[in-house]
Write a protein of this length. Structure first.
Lengths: 457, 126
């Protein structure tokens, strides 16, 4: 067994913006044991998963995969990607596998083994579980999954833990492309596979998942390396101008998490309550005291689901009349009433975002009075067809134009338009599932394949 | 400058603001259903002073954002990072109909103007 394992994380969201090459080259020179990156997020909203597409540009996905593939093949060490193509759907896994294959041909790489797994879960399978009486618990105060939630879901993915990654390594994979996965599993899996304690493996995953977000000064897309031993984890910034400090590493434990002490994933939880952070050298922080707590009872796997709401249009209106501004709530109420009358037989969603009042913070906005001399209003209309969505949105937006309160002096129009039309937006999706499903075998939700890649001239 | 804005220097003889004292004040989605807030200080002394001042507690967060206590899922004083952190439930999951902040990253500004008394005996601005 190795005395230590060194894993490089070049990018906290592979493909979203290109990996910075200088710090990556410096990381490559140190000859790490694994090249690993997370490529996904639920932070981008439900649209990518629902519409089955990436939010990252293909040129950056290819750029980042090429950097990692060439380095890992040159040094003959594995490369692991989780949550391929942002949402980790099956088509995104296929996309990344295709890019890897094309890059291998382009660079005439020696033959290697690629493993990939799919994370999509058929809604019919969830329905069967539900019918069989399996309780699919909601996370973050959501109630248990209902048939209505399942019916409303366009596409669902299971969030993999370390299991499919470890299985792929056992099968001798040189490159692994994962469907939707826990960020930390991408890094924890090789460390567990190599025999290091799960405490340190999962902690390394937690600290590496966003790459240089655990370093300071702030700078994204720079490489960092975690060194895992039987006793500790050390994390080192590779960019010459960045350092992993006690403050930056501890601070990262909080990022995008409700609670800085606990990280949950399929198979258990990482408890960081007793973590001790020490400055090890100028650019390295050493972390001890982390604890892996295995789940009691069956393993539960998180399910993310996205459901189509409808087609969406946006309208934009500006208000300058002071009396109309002072009574903007009344104006919007009038518009809503007009739309309700006109489209009484249509299922639609209509919302008004009022910039200058509470457009950014909505109900959380503490400033209640309007202090602005003008307001910008974005009208969002969603309905089953583009025609209906457009009609609802244009009607609601024009009601702002026609909203003549008795005291308004201007009688030719109460809203200024950038353009007297409404603009089509991408189909609207919403998160329908943020749940956990109990499984006997954590591999049962993930469909693993291993194939040989041989470069052809 | 006319009226003081969130985040600008507004020291008086008795107090300053969280925006002046903190190194980082941010908000961000924590999963699909929550927004988490981090207030991070550069050193232990400032962190301890703000904690002891009780100007940032579950109750003051409720008052500031106009929410009831059950909207707060976590409120943590995180010593290793000299940080105070709390998490609010979203009324609707991120990115759905009516969304105005997909990433939840512009919900922190009211925290900048929370007033914090100067520590007793500390040098005060003229």
């Amino acid at each position: 067994m190795k005395e230590q394992l060194r894993i490089v994380s070049p990018n906290g969201h592979l493909g979203f913006a290109p990996t910075k090459e200088e710090s990556f080259r410096l990381a490559v020179e140190t000859r790490p044991d694994y090249y690993c990156a997370d490529s996904g997020s639920d932070d981008i909203g439900a649209t990518a998963l629902g519409a089955d597409r990436s939010v990252s540009m293909e040129r950056w996905q290819r750029h980042d995969l090429e950097l990692m593939l060439l380095a890992s093949r040159e040094q003959d060490v594995p490369m692991i990607i989780g949550s391929a193509g942002d949402c980790g759907s099956n088509s995104r896994v296929d996309l990344f596998v295709r890019m890897i294959t094309e890059l291998a041909a382009e660079h005439q790489l020696a033959p290697f083994k690629i493993a990939y797994f799919y994370s999509e879960v058929e809604t019919s399978a969830l329905r069967d579980l539900h019918t069989a009486g399996v309780r699919i618990e909601g996370l973050d105060d959501r109630s248990a999954l209902t048939l209505e939630d399942i019916d409303a879901t366009t596409r669902a993915v299971a969030v993999a833990g370390v299991h499919p990654f470890i299985k792929a390594l056992e099968l001798g994979a040189d490159v692994i492309i994962g469907g939707r996965s826990s960020d930390c599993a991408v890094f924890a899996a090789p460390a567990i596979f190599e025999g290091f304690p799960e405490d340190h493996a999962y902690y390394a995953g937690k600290v590496l998942e966003c790459a240089s977000f655990c370093a300071e000064p702030y700078g994204a897309k720079e490489s960092v390396i975690a060194t895992i031993t039987n006793d500790d984890v050390k994390v080192t910034a590779m960019a010459p101008w960045q350092r992993c400090t006690v403050a930056s590493v501890a601070g990262h434990a909080m990022y995008e998490r409700s609670n800085p002490y606990f990280e949950y994933f399929a198979g258990g939880m990482l408890d960081m309550t007793d973590c001790v952070y020490e400055q090890y050298d100028e650019r390295t922080t050493r972390i001890t005291g982390q604890r892996y707590v295995p789940v009691e009872g069956p393993i539960t796997v998180k399910i993310e689901g996205s459901g189509r709401v409808g087609e969406k249009y946006l309208g934009v209106a500006g208000i300058r009349d002071p009396y109309t501004i002072a009574h903007i709530d009344k104006v919007i109420e009038l518009s809503e009433g007009q739309v309700a009358d006109e489209f009484s037989d249509v299922d639609y969603h209509l919302s008004f975002t009022v910039y200058g009042k509470n457009g950014v913070m909505g109900d959380l906005e503490p400033v209640k009075e309007i202090n602005s001399h003008e307001l910008g209003i974005v009208v969002e209309g969603i309905a089953e067809t583009p025609e209906l969505a457009g009609a609802v949105t244009v009607y609601a937006t024009r009601q702002l134009f026609y909203a003549r309160l008795p005291e308004v002096k201007g009688t030719a129009g109460t809203a200024a338009f950038v353009t007297d039309e409404v603009l089509p937006a991408t189909t609207s999706y919403r998160w329908t599932m943020n749940h956990i499903v109990p499984v006997e075998d954590p591999m049962s939700l993930f469909d693993l394949h291993v194939v040989d890649v041989e470069a052809h001239a | 400058m006319s009226t003081p804005q969130e985040g600008t220097s507004v020291n008086d003889h008795q107090s300053t603001t969280l925006g002046e004292l903190a190194k980082t004040v941010r908000s961000k989605n924590a999963g699909t259903d929550r927004i988490t807030f981090d207030i991070i200080f550069a050193d232990k002394a400032t962190y301890d002073h703000v904690r002891r001042s009780r100007t940032l507690t579950r109750q003051t967060v409720c008052e500031l954002f106009g929410v009831s206590d059950d909207r707060i899922t976590d409120f943590v004083e995180f010593d290793p990072a000299f940080a105070i952190k709390f998490t609010l439930k979203r009324l609707a999951a991120s990115g759905g109909p009516g969304e105005s902040d997909v990433f939840g990253c512009q919900q922190y500004p009211p925290l900048l103007s929370v007033r914090v008394p100067f520590p007793a005996g500390a040098p005060q601005p003229a």
